[in-house]
Design a protein around this ligand. Structure first.
Ligand SMILES: NC(=O)c1ccc[n+]([C@@H]2O[C@H](COP(=O)([O-])OP(=O)(O)OC[C@H]3O[C@@H](n4cnc5c(N)ncnc54)[C@H](OP(=O)(O)O)[C@@H]3O)[C@@H](O)[C@H]2O)c1
Length: 236
C-alpha cells in the first residue's frame, strides 16, 4: 500500500470523481472532494467549490488544509460537455466548456502547487478523455479542452518535476456514468462496436488507475497519458 496522503478530488459527488474518492478512501488515504451540490462518499470531507471560480477553490483548499493537512494529491476531475456540431456551436458553448474543463484544471493545479512546492512532494492527476486524442464530431469544445490538459500536465512536469511533483493525464474512454447515460441507445451500441474491449468501463476501473498513478509505485512517471479505454484510442 502507498504512504497515506491528503487527497483532493474535484467533482467527487458523483460519477468518476466519486469512484476515485472511494478508491483512495479504501486504500487508507485522507480524502476530500469538492462538490457544487450533494456530497462525496462516506469517509470523505466535502467542500463546496466551483472550478470556474478561483475564490471558491481557494476557500475549499484552505478548508481541506485546516482539516486534513496540505493537499499532496490532487485529481482535477470536474468536467462538462455541451455537444453540438461546429456550425451550431455558440461561442459560449465553446468557452464555457474550456472554462470548466481546462481553465478549471489550471486553477486547481495552480492552487495545489503552492503546498506541493513547499512540501517538495506532489501528485497531480488530470482526467482527460480519449476524445482529446482522437477528436470527436460534435465535441470541438470538449475535445479541445481535453487535449489541452496534456499540454498542461507536460508543462507542469517540466516546471515542477525536479521538486518531487509529478503531473499525469488519465484518458478514459466510455465509462458508465451520467455523462454517457445521456447518449441515445443506438449511439451507445455504435460506440461499443468501435471499442476493441466491446464494452464500456466502470468508474471503478478508472479509479484504480488514478490511485496507482498517484501512488508510491508510480513516482517516476510524469507527463504521461494513460489510456483507460479498452483499446479505443490505440496509437494516439
Ligand atoms: N463518463 C465518461 O465516459 C468519461 C469519459 C472520458 C472522460 N470523462 C471525464 O471524467 C470526468 C468525470 O466525468 P463523469 O462521467 O463522472 O461526469 P458526471 O457524472 O457528469 O460528473 C461530473 C462532475 O463534475 C462536476 N462539475 C461540473 N462542472 C463543475 C464546476 N464548474 N465546478 C465544480 N464541479 C463541476 C459535477 O458536479 P455537479 O454534480 O455539481 O454538476 C460532477 O461532480 C470529466 O472530466 C469527464 O470529462 C468521462
Amino acid at each position: 500500500m502507498s504512504t497515506p496522503r491528503t487527497v483532493l478530488v474535484t467533482g467527487g459527488n458523483r460519477g468518476i470523481g466519486r469512484a476515485i474518492a472511494e478508491e483512495f478512501i479504501a486504500q487508507g488515504h485522507r480524502v476530500a472532494v469538492t462538490a457544487r451540490s450533494g456530497s462525496g462518499p462516506d469517509g470523505a470531507l466535502t467542500v463546496v467549490a466551483d472550478v470556474t471560480d478561483s475564490a471558491s477553490l481557494d476557500a475549499a483548499f484552505t478548508a481541506v488544509e485546516a482539516e486534513l493537512g496540505p493537499v499532496e494529491v490532487v485529481v482535477a476531475n470536474a468536467g462538462i460537455t455541451k455537444d453540438t456540431l461546429l456550425l451550431r456551436m455558440s461561442e459560449d458553448d465553446f468557452t464555457s466548456v474550456i472554462d470548466t474543463n481546462l481553465s478549471g484544471a489550471f486553477r486547481v493545479v495552480k492552487r495545489a502547487s503552492k503546498g506541493m512546492l513547499k512540501a517538495r512532494f506532489g501528485r497531480i492527476v488530470l482526467i482527460s478523455s480519449v476524445v482529446g486524442l482522437l477528436g470527436s464530431a460534435g465535441q470541438v469544445n470538449y475535445s479541445a479542452s481535453k487535449s489541452g490538459l496534456i499540454g498542461l500536465a507536460r508543462s507542469v512536469t517540466r516546471e515542477l518535476g525536479a521538486r518531487g511533483i509529478t503531473a499525469n493525464v488519465v484518458a478514459p474512454g466510455f465509462i458508465e456514468t451520467d455523462m454517457t447515460a445521456e447518449l441515445p441507445e443506438a449511439q451507445q451500441a455504435e460506440y461499443k462496436k468501435s471499442i476493441p474491449a466491446g464494452r464500456f468501463a466502470s468508474a471503478e476501473e478508472v479509479a484504480k488507475v488514478v490511485t496507482w498513478i498517484a501512488g508510491d509505485d508510480a513516482g517516476y512517471i510524469s507527463g504521461a497519458v494513460i489510456p483507460v479505454d479498452g483499446g479505443l484510442g490505440m496509437g494516439h
